[in-house]
Design a protein around this ligand. Structure first.
Ligand code: CAA
Length: 380
């Protein structure tokens, strides 16, 4: 058992921390206010190798491990969770899925560009009537020999208007239920593919979220990922890795809020002393730090499971469930510690509080994580 990080991991963490401080922090309030997608910053994130963190260098990736991924995600999320969700989706839902299940041709054509940031990816599973109940896909892909014809609507798609490559989950044989689902690579610009208006969101407002419409889109058969009928399992395995990304995003939001609250409490005075000297505030700090450290252990354990070839369905669900709960609870406390200042944008904590909420919802709600965890426990 070794709880310390290697020299290499510390260097990666410091590089991400430095980038977040120097590049993401300036303008983060304005990007949130104006719902401005950080296009130039995403390019720089790609140049650092953070859009293909775990991808094999032969496909243009950085060849790092999942622990590095978590460290990078935490540091970026402390400052800008809108930027970090772009990183999480591109890495775990798009690059990972293609590398693990895609054909050599698909990897050459798409993964090499996605891993370097030349392309941005999106993952399209949710629908107006299929969110948590992901097997109830209404989007259809009809087999026409050398191609499929795709019809349907996808909702709340991260990178929806900005992506170049979309992984779309669709029903190919309704009678087969979850075994009649496939995953397809759809390119921006394919005829019949339309991007709907941008969502006006509570949090992660700098990220780009849209409804997508597919009207008779012809998708070549070579763009189906994996064997026929494997799309639901593909989505579930991919989401297990995605949940490590979102858990580390939640960890970063919580630890970012904690660091701001600690600093503020050591500067702000009331009743003749810095407010950290009042037990009411000191105990809040103690609770925040303890919960964040517990969340960190779960997040690291899930990443360690992935790096060591263990099944990480349960550990990633536990990490996401716990870290997102901690993020929500303690960003509220960080606002409380800041008092009136916590309620204004300049102090950053109100944004972190708004950003925290989505970590309990996307890539499987907290209730869905409990289904995943309890089913694993009963099966074991
Ligand atoms: N690995 C491999 N196979 C799996 C699996 C996994 N992790 N999970 C399920 N399966 C298999 C099952 O074994 C089963 O196969 P058999 O029929 O051969 O036994 C099949 O898939 C169906 O599984 P279930 O019966 O368990 O399916 P279910 O309908 O009960 O649903 C669920 C299970 C866990 C609730 C699933 O629907 C789920 O995860 N829902 C949440 C979806 C979600 O996370 N959406 C997020 C959207 S993406 C997003 O937010 C991205 C973004 O932009 C940020």
């Amino acid at each position: 058992m070794d709880f310390s990080l290697s020299e290499e991991h510390l260097m990666i963490r410091d590089a991400a921390r430095d980038f977040a401080q120097t590049e993401l922090l300036p303008g983060v309030i304005e990007r949130d206010e104006k719902q401005h997608f950080p296009k130039e910053l995403v390019k720089k994130i790609g140049d650092l190798g953070f859009l293909g963190i775990m991808v094999d260098p032969k496909y243009g990736g950085s060849g790092m491990d999942a622990i590095s991924y978590v460290l990078i995600m935490e540091e970026l999320s402390k400052i800008d969770a809108s930027a970090s969700v772009i990183v999480s989706v591109n890495n775990s839902l798009v690059c990972y899925g293609l590398e693990a299940y895609g054909s050599e041709e698909q990897k050459e054509k798409y993964l090499t560009k996605l891993a370097t940031g030349e392309f941005i990816g999106a993952f399209c599973l949710s629908e107006p009537e299929a969110g948590s109940d992901a097997t109830s896909q209404r989007t259809t892909a009809i087999d026409k020999g050398d191609h499929y014809v795709l019809n349907g609507t996808k909702n709340w798609i991260t990178n929806g208007g900005r992506a170049d490559v979309y992984i779309v989950i669709a029903q190919t044989d309704r009678d087969k239920g979850s075994h009649g689902i496939n995953a397809f690579i759809v390119e921006k610009g394919m005829e019949g593919f339309h991007v709907g208006p941008k969502e006006d969101k509570l949090g992660i407002r700098g990220s780009d979220t849209h409804t997508l419409q597919f009207n008779d889109v012809k998708v070549p058969k070579s763009n189906r990922i994996g064997p026929n009928g494997s799309g639901f399992r593909f989505a579930m395995k991919t989401l297990s890795g995605g949940r490590i990304g979102i858990a580390s995003q939640a960890l970063g939001i919580a630890s970012g809020a904690y660091e701001l609250a600690l600093k503020y409490s050591k500067e702000r005075k009331a009743f003749g002393t810095e407010i950290c000297n009042h037990q009411a505030i000191a105990f809040k700090l103690a609770d925040m730090y303890t919960d964040i450290e517990a969340a960190r252990m779960l997040v690291m354990k899930a990443a360690w499971d992935k790096d060591n070839g263990n099944n990480y369905d349960k550990s990633s669900a536990m990490a996401k469930l716990y870290a997102s709960t901690v993020a929500m609870k303690h960003t509220v406390e960080a606002v409380q510690i800041h008092g009136g200042n916590g309620f204004v944008k300049e102090y950053h904590v109100e944004r972190l509080m708004r950003d925290a909420k989505i970590t309990q919802i996307y890539e499987g709600t907290s209730e869905i994580q409990k289904i995943v965890i309890s089913r694993s426990l009963i099966r074991e």
